[in-house]
Design a protein around this ligand. Structure first.
Ligand code: ZN
Length: 156
């Protein structure tokens, strides 16, 4: 495994739609392993493939420590409720803003064995799932934020 470089806002790889994964090759498995290691090194709760420079529909989410979810071709199939919470992004260091997200989402995806599964998350998990799936369509949280926040206001 290897820690990959996390690309920052302004890099065109973060914009535009990512391609679906049609075949889970050894390169895809290596990418998933590297994304896990990169996410842990960055101490984040989610990472999408375009954030490591790969325009494929792949993301990892880990809200509960040790419970990393690998998502290949994820699609939101149900959402319920609303939440407005503070959000940030490993590709936009120092930026924070409030987003409106569903309180609960259910996502359908494939795992690394090509098996389809669904995962339901509420609260932070729902936000992380929405945030990472947005990345796969070139959407950053600053595009959907209802209010940006000065970081000094949070720390103070
Ligand atoms: Zn992000």
């Amino acid at each position: 495994m290897a820690i990959r470089n996390i690309v920052k806002e302004g890099d065109p790889v973060l914009r535009g739609k990512c391609r679906e994964v049609t075949e889970i090759t050894s390169r895809i498995i290596t990418l998933l392993d590297d994304m896990r290691e990169t996410l842990h090194a960055a101490d984040g709760c989610g990472l999408a493939a375009p954030q490591v420079g790969i325009k494929r529909r792949i993301a990892v989410v880990e809200v509960d420590e040790g419970d990393l979810i690998e998502l290949i071709n994820p699609v939101i199939i149900a959402k319920d409720g609303h939440q407005r919470e503070l959000e940030g992004c490993l590709s936009l260091p120092g930026k924070w803003g409030y987003t409106e997200r569903p309180m609960t989402v259910t996502v359908k995806a494939c795992d690394r064995n090509g098996q389809e599964f669904t995962v339901t998350g509420s609260g932070l998990k729902a936000r992380a799932l929405c945030h990472e799936i947005d990345h796969l369509d070139g959407v950053l949280f600053t595009d959907v934020a209802v209010k940006m926040v000065d970081p000094s206001d949070i720390e103070g």
